[in-house]
Design a protein around this ligand. Structure first.
Ligand SMILES: Nc1ncnc2c1ncn2[C@@H]1O[C@H](COP(=O)(O)OP(=O)(O)OP(=O)(O)O)[C@@H](O)[C@H]1O
Length: 715
């Protein structure tokens, strides 16, 4: 389109209306063309980004091909000497030497290694070989303290700076940083300190000018990325370090391995194309297992009691809960049963936390009942079990939390208690995070999967390929192989849509629990739909099906704020809205939990008789398999399309019905502003605080009911 065409529409003074119409037609044409161009631009920009990423990945791949395992670098002898004399480590583990050689060569690198793999040594050892100071950014003060204690015990000069450092401490560290004769080797700082203290940054600059800035090590480097599970805004500041301190190598360390996070981290730190070293995430000594969580709290406590007195008797473990309140209540209940457990969460006073930690390390407590505050820096080698009383918020979280088991390489169990109610408890906490629901659903699909090797599911998540043999029968599914069965869920999908349609027509919203109640023929009678009762379906199966539908997009969660909390309601998902049938679900035919055979120790055998939970007993196949098989002749009183199921039009009737009523009640969907986000977090504090040590100081304090009773002597 050029100017001539625009001016070619001559103003017709006699008939301005017809000219106006012509002009409007032209505007529409121009708008359409602009839209087409915009679309092309968007595609080109995306392509440009992909190509840039590919170029950077090629650079990384080229770097990775170098022989970093060599032992003939100028520093190799000294490195080995310090490794053996100072750190008393005989043999380096896979990826440790390449990482050290790369950073000693001045190459930027990211090391991805599972929890407990030995990442810290990869910057601590080079720090002692290099001239000058290694600056270490660590997100938690407790982590710094642990590392500092370890280093000082080995006679290494290291210091830390945090918001709690005294003026004298700060001055001493600052002086050492710029004193050519100082023996200080490592300085630990929080990202906040780096981002907020101009004085400190000016010292770092001076240190750099003096040639004393040996390297920047960034622990938990995934905290840079919003795609990661622990995003910390202050980590973004680290993006300027590469430009400000050219020639100083950066080394990032993390146990989070998704390629999206790693690529994002490289971009944020301006080290795209750096060397990426990734150790395998397979922890062969961990036995992965999912158990059905009992419905009532009392039953759940009894089950835990059986486990702690039975299969885990005399063994050390961790029980992760979702909230502080859960941890406190569970400790009270378990103590009533005579178990030696203690709570650990971010709202306990620091001294009390250390006390609990110490007593657990010394095996005075058999288990710590903890929120995720009990995490980074926990280095007890003989943790034999990690039980998730509630599902974690992502696969990454689960992997890291469960990874605290078996650090000594001996067998340990990682058990998740799964129940649908916990899905919506978690989803209302995470839905405002950028990928919160996606991450949560990833873990839910691990829990509800009826047949796949659990290790395989974890491997998929971390972009790794593990053969079934890599599992070595070390998960519940591989331990007790099951017959696979593919189940057509179309009828169940139709039934759930009918229930949702009816409640919507009565202006009622349904939570997941209410929907499942109605699906089971229970709940408010006026909302029941006789034809939509899933006869013969076990409740836990129904829960799995509804969870599966959420992951599959056949249903979706819709979040509403009240002054006190956030509620998740269930609605038809995009798939149902589009009139599509749900995917098929694969289930296992025999579910036999492996605890009795796995534990070969005498303790467990002794407890076999008394401690077998009814839900773990082998059931008859018929009893187990209540989900209907695909049956073309299945009769239903529901309106059916030619294929025996609801036609798209019929599904959309339900859908339309639903939509109309929905419009009447304004809903708040997943997208929310930062102010609404803070509102949710505040409102949540009242009844179910999520605990996160990384969450910063804005959290409200509340009365800790069992603060005093964490003394082991009172049980
Ligand atoms: N090559 C090695 N041989 C023996 N022990 C090692 C070796 N490397 C590290 N370790 C030990 O392994 C334990 C875990 O190391 P480290 O704390 O560095 O792991 P990490 O990967 O940083 O774990 P996290 O992700 O939990 O912080 C430590 O006790 C450490 O001393």
């Amino acid at each position: 389109m050029d100017d001539c065409e625009v001016v070619s529409i001559k103003d017709n003074c006699q008939d301005p209306e017809s000219t106006l119409k012509q002009v409007e037609i032209e505007i529409r044409k121009v708008t359409q063309e602009l839209q087409i161009l915009d679309g092309r631009k968007v595609k080109l920009v995306a392509r440009r980004e992909k190509l840039k990423d590919a170029i950077q990945q090629q650079k990384s791949a080229k770097l990775a091909k170098k022989d970093w395992d060599r032992q003939d670098f100028s520093w190799s002898k000294e490195l080995e000497n310090i490794q053996k004399t100072v750190f008393k480590v005989d043999k380096l583990r896979a990826h440790q030497l390449p990482t050290m050689n790369a950073t000693m060569s001045g190459v930027d690198a990211i090391l991805i290694m599972p929890t407990g793999g030995g990442k810290s040594l990869c910057f601590q050892l080079p720090a002692l070989v290099s001239k000058g100071i290694t600056l270490v950014v660590t997100p938690l003060v407790s982590l710094m303290e642990d590392q500092l204690m370890g280093l000082r015990n080995r006679g290494v000069q290291a210091a830390m700076l945090s918001a709690n450092s005294t003026r004298d401490e700060v001055n001493t560290v600052h002086n050492d940083m710029t004193n050519a004769n100082s023996q200080l080797k490592l300085v630990y700082v929080t990202p906040e300190k780096l981002a907020k203290s101009k004085r400190f940054m000016s010292k770092v600059q001076k240190m750099h000018q003096m040639g004393r800035f040996a390297r920047l090590a960034i622990d938990e480097v995934h905290c840079c990325s919003q795609w990661g599970h622990d995003f910390r805004p202050d980590y973004k500041f680290l993006g300027i370090m590469r430009k400000m301190f050219p020639g100083t190598p950066i080394i990032g360390l993390t146990a989070t391995a998704t390629s999206r996070v790693i690529q994002d981290v490289q971009k944020i730190l301006n080290i795209s194309g750096c060397l990426i070293l990734k150790a395998s995430f397979n922890r062969p000594n961990l036995f992965y297992e999912v158990r059905l969580k009992p419905q009532s709290q009392a039953e759940c406590v009894t089950q835990l009691q059986h486990m702690l007195e039975g299969e885990f008797r005399g063994k050390s473990g961790i029980i992760y809960t979702m909230t502080i309140k859960d941890a406190e209540e569970l400790v009270l209940e378990l103590r009533k049963k005579g178990l030696r457990v203690a709570p650990y969460h971010a709202q306990l006073a620091a001294e009390l936390r250390s006390k609990v930690h110490r007593r657990w390390v010394e095996n005075e407590y058999q288990a710590v009942v903890a929120t995720i505050a009990f995490g980074m820096g926990i280095d007890k080698p003989d943790v034999r079990y990690v039980i998730h009383h509630c599902i974690s918020k992502s696969m990454e979280n689960f992997y890291q939390e469960s990874g605290r088991a078996g650090r000594d390489g001996e067998k340990a169990q990682c058990i998740v208690f799964w129940r649908f109610a916990d899905l919506t408890r978690q989803s209302t906490m995470v839905f405002t995070e950028q990928t919160g629901l996606e991450n949560l659903y990833g873990l839910v699909s691990y829990c509800i999967d009826g047949v796949r090797c659990r290790r395989n599911i974890i491997a998929d998540h971390f972009d790794e390929r593990w053969e079934s043999s890599d599992c070595g029968r070390m998960c519940d599914h591989c331990h007790t192989p099951q017959e696979h069965e593919t189940v057509d869920l179309t009828t169940y999908g139709e039934q759930l849509l009918m229930i949702l349609g009816k409640s919507a027509s009565m202006d009622q919203r349904l939570t997941g629990q209410k929907l499942i109640d109605l699906f089971m023929g229970k709940g408010t009678p006026k909302l029941r739909v006789q034809e939509a009762i899933a006869k013969g379906l076990r409740r836990d199966r129904a829960e799995s099906i509804v969870a599966f539908f959420l992951i599959d997009g056949f249903l979706r969660e819709d979040f509403h704020f009240t002054p006190y909390n956030t509620i998740s309601y269930i609605l038809p998902g995009p798939k149902a809205e589009a009139g599509l049938a749900p995917s098929n679900m694969t289930i296992g035919r025999v579910k036999k939990l492996p605890e009795l055979e796995f534990n070969s120790s005498n303790e467990c055998k002794d407890n076999k008789k008394t401690n077998v939970d009814p839900s773990t007993k082998k059931r008859k196949v018929d009893d187990m398999l209540k989900i209907k098989k695909t049956d073309k002749n299945t009769k239903s009183s529901m309106p059916k399309g030619r294929n025996g199921h609801l036609s798209s039009r019929e599904i959309s009737k339900v859908k339309v019905n639903h939509k109309v009523t929905n419009n009447e009640s304004p809903k708040i969907t997943k997208t929310c502003t930062s102010s609404s986000k803070s509102m949710i977090q505040d409102s949540k504090c009242d009844d179910s605080e999520s605990d996160n040590d990384l969450a910063g100081p804005s959290k409200r304090k509340r009365v800790i009911t069992i603060e005093d009773s964490s003394d082991a002597s009172d049980i």
